[in-house]
Design a protein around this ligand. Sequence first.
Ligand SMILES: [Zn+2]
Length: 74
Amino acid sequence: MAEFCSQCSMFENEYDIDLFQIALKLKKGHSTNVLCEGCNIRAVYKDEEGLLYLGKLENNTIKLYPVKLEELIK
Ligand SMILES: [Zn+2]
């Protein structure tokens, strides 16, 4: 079964990967791999200062995009 994250699921409140919960539980300096089949998000990363990034797969490399925790609430 395909898995979708909370950012790209087409169903409200129906998704397999809750990016907000993942980001919330993530410790500083750590990252979590996610595998969403709907978009190219491959990782959630929190740096030592607590800033959040979404790692997106682009041209076979992971690019980090800054994101705010509030933006992940769905
Ligand atoms: Zn997604």
